[in-house]
Design a protein around this ligand. Sequence first.
Ligand SMILES: Cc1cc2nc3c(=O)[nH]c(=O)nc-3n(C[C@H](O)[C@H](O)[C@H](O)COP(=O)(O)OP(=O)(O)OC[C@H]3O[C@@H](n4cnc5c(N)ncnc54)[C@H](O)[C@@H]3O)c2cc1C
Length: 434
Amino acid sequence: MRPTNERGVLVIGASQAGVQLASSLREQGLDDPITVVGAEAHPPYQRPPLSKALLQGDLPTGSLVFRSPQFYAEQRIDLVLDQRITSVERRPDGSGVAVSSSGRRFPFTRLALTVGARPRRLDVPGADLAGVRYLRDTDDALALREDLTRADRVVIVGGGFIGLEVAASVRRLGKDVTVVLADDRLMGRAVGEPISEFFRRAHERRGCTLHFSVGVAAVTDDGNGRATGLDLTDGTHVPADLVVVGIGAVPRTELAEHLGLRVDNGIVVDEHGLTSDGTTVAAGDCVNCPTPVAGASPRMRFESVNTAVEQAKVAAATLAGKRLPYRTPPWFWSDQFDLKLQVAGLSQGCDQQVVRGDPGTERFSVLYYRGDTLAAAECVNSPLDFMAVRAALAAGSTVPAALAADPGTPLRTSTRPSSTGAPAPRTHGQDVLA
Ligand SMILES: Cc1cc2nc3c(=O)[nH]c(=O)nc-3n(C[C@H](O)[C@H](O)[C@H](O)COP(=O)(O)OP(=O)(O)OC[C@H]3O[C@@H](n4cnc5c(N)ncnc54)[C@H](O)[C@@H]3O)c2cc1C
């Protein structure tokens, strides 16, 4: 392994985007030294199982790692863990030195920021009590899993993906589960009404209690610094042994701000992953990028594995001196109980929707159209529909709504060239999945 005082590309953040960026740099033929430095002590790992399999069972954390030590050695990627970068000194040519909180120095000729996001904190009296948990990384998940062994009643604040996945995992462990959310529907920022409504019924059928359109006034305590439940803004008290907060994530922009980069709900990048200084790249949950669909002008911040991977590939190409625009229509998934939700494209703002199949069977899809053009699909336990729509969106094809409405007709064989070439989403400057 090369010493970390050698210059080359420095990637700050050792997770989905950072590891992809480093390995894509090698695929792009870059021969320079590459250092990936991460604040966590664990080797880079997948986050999705943290709210699912890891909470529900004894899954060893080692089984979540992306790559073996041999991979990093073979690819000549110097992986440095447990070092949080707190400052960066940079020269006008883009080179410089990053310094960690322990004083370790990392010189670089080019810099990549893949620093992700942190959980949004609950800002009410009692929010710092013991028994109030967040879920972003392995240490959070292990602490939560440990707490769950002693908890019977769990209240979850937030009805987005993380909150609902935790609700499903905890309910599967046989606990009493209550979900409290400010919105009037589940996953309201990421999916359409039919899917929100379906998941409301599905969670209720499986024994979760849901409180919509209500805020948290305070976390109550037992007098010894431990949470005993929530006081809600409508006067209700929800007793609980454990409170899990899943109210979205905030992009980590402090290093970018320190570097004087443009920041606006994330590190602002162009379609090549380039930040406002023209030399530093950024990718993943920390960035605000142009919406990756032809014809769309709005910028968005996505939080999904696929987006982190695709943005990292684009940013790596930029550092390798190539120009690869980020144009992959986004997709993501969520597992709640035995329900797999898979979403391709962006449904917000579409003017037509087709429900394909019967939600009562817990196996159906909703396809969204802008005019005649397919823009997105949200699929429950329907992987073939998801794959067909994902492929159609990537190819700029559509599926006529009349054909899509018949669940007996496979979508794969129903795709047609689209009149516009590719769908354009109608969302403007908002977070997806946050
Ligand atoms: C519980 C959970 C479940 C999820 N489930 C799904 C799912 O089912 N499907 C899906 O598509 N997506 C899911 N996601 C989202 C997905 O995991 C993220 O979009 C993805 O991890 C983003 O990757 P990233 O590399 O941009 O950021 P992150 O994974 O957040 O990684 C950023 C890394 O940078 C490090 N870092 C930050 N600042 C510094 C610094 N100053 N110095 C050094 N290191 C630093 C952090 O410690 C972290 O390790 C889930 C996320 C969570 C938390």
